[in-house]
Design a binder for this molecule. Structure first.
Ligand code: ACO
Length: 157
């Protein structure tokens, strides 16, 4: 079972992570122009958006970062929790936007981040956790305990 390197930690994303998160996400896709104030507004929205189930309140958005011993963001990813009608109003976790800084790839950080997000979703009651990925990342997600299931499709403008 791999462990984070000494001094590294995984925690919920905070407004102060602006530069590090935007930079890290560039290994995944085009981030576009996101200002610091837009990022802060988004973090507040993520923090304020909760699901109420009985007496419990759960965050819907669960963005996380891995930081190194200097506090630099070296990986980021999120799990979004959806409440459905099926499965008795069951919960499903959606893993999204996983990115590990280029100079840290291949050191198990992606695996540890996925394990953390997957456990978080199951601990909050999700009966399954799903994600979409490129063919080239199938082997990585299989190492993380996921299996191929269904076909991803999209419709874009
Ligand atoms: N194909 C097959 N195996 C892989 C791949 C791959 N593409 N990438 C890693 N692995 C293997 C590793 O060899 C390792 O195996 P081992 O335990 O036997 O040594 C295991 O998977 C764990 O690898 P990590 O070191 O944890 O992988 P890393 O930290 O580099 O993270 C990731 C993988 C997230 C794909 C990273 O390379 C990355 O950020 N890539 C660019 C952005 C990206 O494609 N993100 C995923 C988008 S999909 C989504 O967001 C749902």
């Amino acid at each position: 079972m791999p462990a984070l390197p000494p001094g590294y930690s995984i925690r919920r994303l905070e407004a102060k992570d602006y530069e590090g998160v935007v930079e890290t996400l560039k290994v995944l896709t085009v981030v576009g122009d996101v200002t610091k104030s837009q990022f802060e507004e988004l973090v507040k929205y993520w923090n304020d958006t909760t699901l109420h189930i009985g007496v419990h309140s759960l965050p819907v958005y669960n963005p996380h970062v891995v930081v190194d011993e200097t506090g630099r963001v070296v990986a980021t990813g999120t799990v979004f929790i959806e409440r459905k009608i099926i499965r008795g109003c069951g919960l499903v976790g959606h893993v999204e936007d996983i990115a590990v800084a280029e100079d840290q790839q291949g050191t198990q950080l992606g695996l540890l981040l996925i394990q953390h997000l997957t456990k978080l979703a199951h601990d909050r009651g999700c009966y399954k956790v799903i994600l979409d990925c490129d063919q080239k990342n199938v082997g990585f997600y299989e190492k993380c305990g996921y299996r191929r299931c269904g076909v991803e499709m999209d419709h874009r403008l």
